[in-house]
Write a protein of this length. Sequence first.
Length: 190
Amino acid sequence: MGLRQILLLGDPALRRVAEEIHQIDDSVRALAEDMIQTMLEAPGVGLAAPQVGVPLRLITVDLDDIQGAIVNPRVVRASKEQEADLEACLSIPEVQGLVRRPSSVVVKGFDLEGRHLVIKAEGLAARCLQHEIDHLDGVLYLDRVSDPKVKVFHPVPANEGDEVVYESELVPVEEVRRRFEEQYAMRAPA
Ligand code: ZN
């Protein structure tokens, strides 16, 4: 199929709890292939199937230590130690928020051939895996921000041909949600 459309905040499909994959077949592999293409094209370092409107427990990541798809991923161990860092999400474009999460995790799942995976991750990889697994439970990082305001980026008008420059403003999370919900209502068929 190729590139898939990434759903945006406000779309109720992002809030559903995704289902376990019981059989890793060609349709799952084709979906993973599409998700990897979509993620790289975006570009992003992670994508979860619900973000392309498929309610299955499948994520793809593009990290230094691990690239590709993980079927039925779950966090089996998380460090007590936590770290706060800025996160962004392909479903919430041009927004960044500070999220506190365990700084290292162990994730189990399966690859596309059905082999067991055990991934020990820290830093960005740990954060990315937790963020993507959250999507499978209908949770978005905005639900977890530790600061009531998040950064919203706007392109600054520039002369044609100039590199696009962004400036950011701090916006309350609730306001960001409201804006996306309004945009979704405008896009959705009546
Ligand atoms: Zn996301």
